[in-house]
Design a binder for this molecule. Structure first.
Ligand code: ZN
Length: 305
């Protein structure tokens, strides 16, 4: 099988990787994501791909895969929902195909995480995999039979801006999310949401990592903040369980590296699922930060370019 090229088009950096299906990642490079104009992003992608092809002495690819926040509108094929705002409303797939003279498979980054982990990661060979990215923001995606499942409107798994289920009064009487809704799951279970909750309750302005350090050092306030965090994460994931009952839930993003989550979450999750007990594993992404590019490359493999 030919080597596969995957790209993770993030808000701050563009990462490219060449994957040999037998050996894994054989080459990686990155460049900053231009912020000012759409054409700058197209040019940055073009030059990073050309540099990779030349460095690795690859034949001109028949296809490449790209993972990014947001998605292509299935009807108009224009980007929507990207946090790199200049991309929204642009025909990124079509423009890249013209520029690169190859097929371009574009997919939501959380779906790429799910694919990466379902192909050869923490959810290897499981049929229905839900992946949640809990980092600066919060997103989710599905892989079904090792392929990205976008859904009819390409919004499958986008539950970060669903409201936190089973809320207390205090969880409703909060400042609105940046999206305009109140008490979105992102405002509680992202790393940013965790830090904001700690600030709201304790008055301490700390980063998520510092709160975790304090929790491990025995700080009572940090321990209570983490307990609230795990309970909210359990409620958010229970809503997924009650709708699709996946074979596995994989966590990615900065908060997924907190090992204590996996000790506490199972007992919290089962409090909110409709039936009990549950057998669904909740696991950390095996490929960590590389899951985005890996999943993007597997899009090419899955589409047999
Ligand atoms: Zn929101």
């Amino acid at each position: 099988m030919q080597q596969l090229i995957g790209i993770d088009l993030g808000g701050t950096k563009i990462e490219i990787a060449v994957i040999n299906p037998s050996l894994g990642i054989v080459y990686k490079d990155r460049a900053p994501t231009p912020q000012k104009s759409y054409s700058d992003i197209l040019n940055a992608l073009h030059s990073l791909i050309n540099k990779t092809i030349s460095h690795q002495k690859l034949p001109h690819p028949k296809a490449i895969g790209i993972g990014m926040p947001g998605c292509l509108d299935p009807v108009t094929q224009l980007v929507r929902g990207s946090n790199t705002l200049v991309l929204n409303g642009q025909p990124l797939g079509k423009d890249l195909e013209q520029l690169l003279q190859c097929k371009v498979h574009l997919q939501n980054d959380a779906n790429c995480l799910a694919v990466s982990e379902a192909v050869d990661g923490a959810a290897q060979d499981l049929q229905v995999v839900f992946a949640a990215i809990i980092g600066t923001g919060c997103g989710g995606g599905f892989a079904i039979n090792r392929k990205a499942w976008g859904g009819k409107n390409a919004i499958a798994g986008e539950w970060g801006h669903n409201p936190l289920p089973w809320p207390s009064v205090d969880e409703i009487n909060v400042e609105p999310c940046w999206c305009g809704q109140v008490s979105c799951q992102e405002t509680w279970i992202s790393g940013t949401g965790f830090a904001n909750d700690h600030l709201r309750i304790t008055g301490q302005t700390l980063k998520a990592e510092q709160i975790i350090d304090n929790m491990r050092a025995g700080d009572a306030n940090a321990q209570l903040s983490f307990k609230r965090y795990v309970n909210r994460l359990a409620r958010a994931l229970a809503s997924v369980m009650n709708v699709l009952d996946p074979d596995c839930i994989v966590l990615g993003g900065g908060m997924s590296n907190v090992d204590e989550i996996y000790e506490l979450l199972p007992n919290e999750l089962v409090r909110y699922t409709f039936t009990k007990p549950i057998a669904t594993p909740v696991v950390k992404a095996l490929h960590g930060d590389s899951s985005g590019v890996r999943g993007a490359a597997w899009l090419v493999g899955a589409n047999k370019a």
